[in-house]
Design a protein around this ligand. Structure first.
Ligand SMILES: [Zn+2]
Ligand SMILES: [Zn+2]
Length: 164
C-alpha cells in the first residue's frame, strides 16, 4: 500500500466530511454523529471491507451502532459517491473509500474472500492504450481470483499433514 502522510489523510477526511454534510443538507437527512463516525472510520483505516468487519471495527472503537444504522449510512455514502461497492454474486460484496483512492486492481482469494489491492503499471498502460470500437471507456477495475499466500501456505501444510 502506498504511504500517505498523516496530514494528507486528515485533509481528505475533512473534505469528505464536507461533501457528506452538503449531501445530507441538500437531501434533508439528519446529520447524526453516528453517520460521521462511520465515514471517519472508512477513511481512517478501512481499505476493503464488508459490512461485518465494519460493524466489528465500530464496536472495537466503542462506537455502538446498530446494523440498521450501518446499512442505512452505507446507502447514503454510496449515493453521494464517497464509498464504492463491489458486488460478486449474492453473498460476497465489499466496499472501499471512493475519494483519494489510488487506482488499483483487486486480488480476491477464493478461499477466505480476502481482497488485496494490486497495482501494475504495465497492465494500466496496456488498458489505457486499448482502443475499443464504438465505446469510450471511463474507468475499469480488474478482479483476479485465486489463493492468497496465507491460504496457499495453509493448504500446503494440511496436505503434508494428511499424507499417509
Ligand atoms: Zn485466502
Ligand atoms: Zn479497491
Amino acid at each position: 500500500m502506498l504511504k500517505i502522510s498523516m496530514e494528507k489523510e486528515n485533509k481528505v477526511r475533512e473534505l469528505v466530511r464536507q461533501k457528506f454534510t452538503e449531501y445530507l443538507t441538500a437531501n434533508k437527512f439528519r446529520k447524526t454523529p453516528e453517520r460521521y463516525a462511520i465515514l471517519d472510520l472508512i477513511y481512517t483505516d478501512q481499505r476493503h471491507f464488508d459490512m461485518d468487519t465494519l460493524y466489528e471495527a465500530m464496536n472495537e472503537r466503542n462506537f455502538r451502532v446498530s446494523r440498521a444504522t450501518l446499512y442505512n449510512t452505507m446507502q447514503l455514502l454510496l449515493e453521494c459517491h464517497l464509498v464504492l461497492k463491489h458486488q460478486f454474486g449474492q453473498n460476497l460484496s465489499f466496499y472501499e473509500r471512493a475519494y483519494n483512492n489510488d487506482f488499483h486492481h483487486h486480488l480476491i482469494c477464493s478461499h477466505c474472500n480476502k481482497v488485496q489491492e494490486y497495482k501494475d503499471a504495465e497492465l494500466k498502460t496496456a488498458i489505457q492504450n486499448k482502443k475499443i470500437k464504438g465505446f469510450i471507456p471511463e474507468h475499469y477495475s480488474l478482479y483476479i481470483y485465486g489463493l492468497c499466500s496465507a491460504c496457499a501456505r495453509e493448504l500446503k501444510k494440511n496436505k503434508k499433514f494428511n499424507k499417509p
